[in-house]
Design a binder for this molecule. Structure first.
Ligand code: ATP
Ligand code: MG
Length: 175
């Protein structure tokens, strides 16, 4: 589905694009982002159903030391994680049918503190959702079921720290 993005492309300072050849590459990307996360960082995960947003979230949480299960928040809307360095909240806004529903559900307070927030389907939160520090967009690779195209967009020092870590980790295929 296509929906307007809460933050336009112009709002971002830097963009990085590449190809993730397999799930391990997606996991390596998530681990690189995890290594540069600081309290209060907000990440939006975009892409169609099955693009790999939850897969990315699972690898990010594993890299942050979470040893347990990572449930998709599709039905619960939010799954909380108490991690050594910060709390992390993983959201899925897919089931919201109006732009204010996330606020009406009381989820806005999660975005005001020092927790890291990870949002799948941020488009469903509408324009009122705070712009993220990092936007990760995953799209299928038309030639390969197990591969993804990825676009990362960073805004401000927290987002740029993540982008630089990804660049240093060199987890993209060329092409
Ligand atoms: N390179 C890849 N990166 C991530 N996932 C991949 C890749 N290749 C194949 N997959 C598969 O794609 C699927 C991604 O599912 P996932 O639940 O992460 O999607 P999602 O974007 O969270 O979808 P939804 O919008 O329904 O929440 C998984 O079955 C995963 O095994
Ligand atoms: Mg998902």
């Amino acid at each position: 589905m296509t929906a307007p993005n809460p933050a336009s492309d112009k709002a971002f300072d830097e963009t990085l694009e590449g190809r993730l050849g397999d799930e391990a590459a997606t996991a390596a990307l998530a681990a690189a982002v995890a290594s540069a996360l600081s309290p209060g960082t907000s990440i939006h995960l975009s892409g169609d159903l099955g693009a790999g947003k939850t897969r990315f979230a699972r690898a990010l949480l594993a890299a942050l030391g979470h040893g347990g299960r990572v449930k998709s928040p599709t039905f619960t809307l939010v799954e909380p994680y108490n991690l050594p360095r910060f709390d992390l909240y993983h959201f899925d806004f897919y089931r919201f049918s109006s732009e204010d529903e996330w606020r009406e559900a009381g989820l806005d307070e999660y975005f005001q503190g020092l927790a890291v927030t990870l949002v799948e389907w941020p488009e469903m939160g509408g324009a009122g959702l705070p712009a993220p520090d990092l936007r990760v967009r995953l799209d299928p690779d038309p030639d390969d079921d197990g591969a993804r195209r990825v676009r990362l967009q960073a805004r401000g020092p927290r987002g740029l720290a993540c982008l630089n870590a990804v660049r240093d980790a060199a987890c993209f295929d060329s092409g």
